[in-house]
Write a protein that binds this ligand. Structure first.
Ligand SMILES: Nc1ncnc2c1ncn2[C@@H]1O[C@H](COP(=O)(O)OP(=O)(O)OP(=O)(O)O)[C@@H](O)[C@H]1O
Length: 377
């Protein structure tokens, strides 16, 4: 069993704390992606789990083994953790097979033993898993970036670790290789049943590859949830904007609806206190709220000249309001349209088939339920 638990971890360099009471729970065999702005402490968290940085307080447990707690700091090489860095970092003088063999317990971390172990079945099996079985005799300089990263991945897995930590492993690759390698990583970790933590700057990548996503900011984990929950029910407006495109509108709360410039819309309240199940903090009728609408929740239909859209009166729900397309950002499979309606500026995502030219007048509706957050001063 290699569930990874981090409890109330505090880590700092010199005087300042960089991680403030971070807690994570990654089930056995799951892949957790960590996202957050630069400098929020993602790498520090990975390095502390790996034992390369000492914690000031808190606990880290891998399966049944406590590796960090008050007065205990298990050495990195005893933690049974594999590490995949951003730049593969293969030994340039060893072949691909020898690099992988270096991670095997039988190689005992020496180049000579690695040369012997490189001929073994384990190395061949691992290289076959990532489609590199035929390249075992090559030197790292004769590999592409994506191939080198695959070797780094299987080298990290060679020692049969309980946990693999991947620090931006696709960062230096082009988008096609990135997508390919992302799939290999996911499949390989699943096949080997290894628990993984992946740090990435790419929110879409985190949502697509991981079983769980942790969103960090300023040394704290703001939300740890499934990709779907993080996207569909973000814990705060900031998380909503960080993990995807978001439109925020001021509104007021009315039972299970909000009133805003887009009309009265069915809404769910997202409490500031994620642990609260009480209804006590649901806002009173008429309280100001911040309304979140995702661009794909807006549906558009062309309006004929002179047509104004039908929503005019507050109190009407689900009716159209009229807007004008002022900009199009085309991405192939879909496009993001910028719409203007009076003072209001909105973005709507449409499929390529639903594309309307700049200057078009459109009727806009909001599909589904929106989310409401407490309005901050
Ligand atoms: N060795 C160090 N000594 C002092 N401060 C450090 C050290 N390493 C990191 N920091 C600081 O700790 C904070 C967190 O850094 P960290 O590298 O963990 O962030 P990150 O989220 O991984 O950033 P990025 O996405 O840019 O890689 C930053 O303010 C950084 O300047």
């Amino acid at each position: 069993m290699s569930r990874l638990e981090v409890r109330d971890l505090v880590v700092g360099y010199e005087a300042a704390d960089v991680l403030h009471s971070v807690s994570l729970d990654v089930p056995d065999g799951a892949l957790l992606a960590i996202v957050g702005p630069s400098g929020c402490g993602k790498t520090t968290l990975l390095r502390t789990i790996a034992g390369l940085v000492r914690a000031r307080a808190g606990e880290i447990r891998i399966g049944q083994r406590m590796v960090t707690t008050h007065g205990i700091h298990l050495a990195p090489e005893k933690r049974r953790i594999g590490w995949v860095p951003q730049d593969a970092a293969l030994f340039p003088h060893l072949t691909v097979a020898e690099n992988v063999a270096f991670g095997l317990p039988s190689a005992r971390g020496s180049a000579r033993s690695a040369r012997r172990a490189a001929r073994g079945a384990d190395v061949r099996r691992l290289l076959d898993l990532v489609g590199l079985g035929a390249l075992g005799d090559r030197l790292p300089a004769q590999l592409s970036g994506g191939q080198a990263q695959r070797v780094a991945l299987v080298r990290a897995l060679a020692s049969a670790p309980d946990v693999v930590l991947l620090d931006e492993p696709f960062g230096a690759l082009d988008p096609i290789l990135r997508a390919e390698l992302r799939t290999s990583v996911r499949e390989l970790l699943r096949e080997e049943g290894v628990t993984g933590i992946l740090v990435t700057h790419d929110q879409a990548e985190a949502l697509s590859i991981a079983d769980l996503v942790a969103v960090m900011r300023g040394g704290e984990v703001l939300q740890l949830d499934t990709p779907e929950q993080v996207y569909r029910r973000p814990a705060t407006p900031w998380v909503a904007g960080f993990v995807g495109d978001a439109v925020f509108l001021p509104g007021t709360w009315h039972g299970d609806e909000v009133a805003c410039t887009l009309g009265r819309l069915p809404a769910d309240w997202v409490s500031d206190d994620q642990t609260s199940t009480s209804l006590a903090d649901v806002p009173v009728d008429g309280a100001p709220v911040e309304v979140l609408v995702r661009p794909e929740e807006l549906t558009l239909s062309p309006l004929a000249d002179g047509e104004s859209g039908r929503r005019r009166e507050a109190g009407e729900s689900r009716d159209e309001f009229a807007a004008t397309v002022v900009d199009i950002s085309y991405t192939g499979h879909d496009a993001m349209l910028t719409l203007v309606a009076g003072e209001l500026r909105l973005r709507a995502r449409v499929t390529a088939a639903g594309l309307l030219p700049v200057g078009s007048r459109v009727g806009v509706r909001v599909a589904g339920r929106v989310l409401a957050y407490s309005a901050r001063a």
